[in-house]
Design a protein around this ligand. Structure first.
Ligand SMILES: Cc1cc2nc3c(=O)[nH]c(=O)nc-3n(C[C@H](O)[C@H](O)[C@H](O)COP(=O)(O)OP(=O)(O)OC[C@H]3O[C@@H](n4cnc5c(N)ncnc54)[C@H](O)[C@@H]3O)c2cc1C
Length: 372
């Protein structure tokens, strides 16, 4: 029987981040079902930091993560965690009515966002079909993230602080006995005062294992593919390009293009694979904007973005069971919000006051809103 102050279940970015923060002062065990951490959604993201993405809660969490991403603690990473990229949201003539309200809403978090006219858009993305966009919104602050450097930084720091990561440790049983949780995972038995549910797409199932009802978290499939860019164009300096209604996006990736149809297909938690139809939809939508001439898809994959019904993450103690803490429902924003989520979660787990800039978010993040 191992014992810890806190058992964190799920070694994706959420679990690794909170384990790193908690291990500063507590004995923490991090459990991962797979044979390596980061195998599921965390290893499959688009690696973009966008301050104007998601609802207001997400935007506040993203903004509050910026300082850590720009300047992580000494020795955390050997490479920058974020690099400038810029993001261009294309607006077709039939979408023009959405430009002004979108830009206005964006200005709270991205004051530098501005409208671009067709000639300015073409200067940034010369391969764009000339009649495709009537205008665009440009966010100069959008950045590429080095997800692996952030993730490995968390894991390395966690271990350096005395934390223990156990892989091949799928949690099968969680039983509350005498104000502690007994967790059975792989070949291990662990006793801890607090369980953190950071199981991504499996978060609701894990709560069921502990005898709690579901919160209604839904994993949604998103597809990604790598293709060669349009012939004769150097894509490496292009911004991230998406569509004002998020019908697709593409961005440079090592001289090629990372593309997605921005699909959100509800499914069950599993090792998700891409569907041919979603790949075809991505190519079709993006080819309307730029001449891809795809002869072969270099690589494709899919990942599960898991959402609560209100598309806001779930962070806080479950009101139905002492010591069961939720850190789930990160949707499509779990990397760019990870530093703020990890810090906030660690403070609450330790029974401390939340950071002042995040305190106003607690009611919106609390699992109480989803318990009926
Ligand atoms: C195509 C795509 C593009 C994306 N782009 C971005 C982006 O640009 N920016 C951004 O911020 N976010 C993006 N995201 C979202 C981001 O990747 C997720 O929000 C984030 O990775 C979720 O992390 P997580 O730790 O909650 O989940 P995961 O990484 O899935 O980790 C959960 C872990 O829990 C483990 N687990 C589950 N059940 C058990 C159990 N019973 N016992 C032990 N372990 C268990 C799983 O094996 C898994 O490793 C994207 C996602 C996709 C799919």
């Amino acid at each position: 029987m191992l014992s810890a102050d806190v058992v964190v279940i799920g070694a994706g970015i959420a679990g690794a981040g909170v384990a790193y923060e908690l291990a500063r002062e507590a004995r923490v065990i991090l459990l991962e079902a797979e044979d390596r951490p980061g195998y599921h959604t965390t290893g499959r993201s688009a690696a973009v930091y966008l301050k104007g993405y998601g609802n207001e809660v997400i935007r506040d969490l993203t903004a509050a993560s910026e300082a850590f991403l720009e300047q992580p603690p000494e020795g955390f990473a050997t490479v920058p965690l974020v690099k400038p990229r810029g993001a261009l949201s294309l607006v077709r003539p039939d979408q023009l009515e959405r430009l002004a309200p979108t830009l206005e809403r964006l200005h709270r978090h991205v004051p530098a966002a501005r409208r671009l006219e067709p000639d300015e858009i073409l200067a940034m993305v010369p391969a764009l079909r000339p009649d495709y966009a009537a205008a665009a919104i440009f966010d100069p602050g959008a950045r590429d993230m080095d997800v692996d450097a952030l993730f490995q930084g968390y894991l390395k720091g966690f271990k350096a602080r005395g934390g223990e990561l156990l892989v091949n440790a799928a949690v099968r049983e969680i039983v509350g006995i005498d104000a502690a949780w007994q967790v059975t995972a792989g070949a291990h038995q662990i006793s801890a005062g607090v369980v953190v549910d950071a199981a991504g797409a499996w978060a609701d199932r894990l709560a069921e294992t502990a005898g709690l009802g579901l919160l209604g978290l839904v994993p949604k499939r998103r597809t990604a593919l790598i293709v060669t860019g349009p012939a004769g164009f150097d894509v490496s300096g292009w911004p991230l390009v998406d569509d004002i209604d998020e019908e697709f996006y593409f961005r440079p990736e090592a001289g090629k293009l990372f593309c997605s149809p921005a699909d959100e297909t509800p499914t069950t938690p599993h090792d998700v694979q891409p569907e041919e139809l979603d790949i075809a939809i991505a190519v079709d939508r993006i080819e309307r904007a730029i001449p891809l001439n795809v002869r072969r898809i270099e690589h494709s994959w899919a990942g599960l973005r898991t959402f609560a019904p209100d598309k806001t993450p779930v962070l806080g103690f479950d009101p139905r069971a002492d010591g069961f803490f939720w850190l789930a429902g990160q949707g499509g924003y779990g990397i760019q919000t990870a530093p703020a989520m990890a810090l906030l979660a660690s403070r609450l787990v330790r029974g401390e006051a939340p950071p002042e800039v995040l305190a106003h978010l607690l009611p919106a993040l609390s699992p109480n809103r989803l318990v009926h």
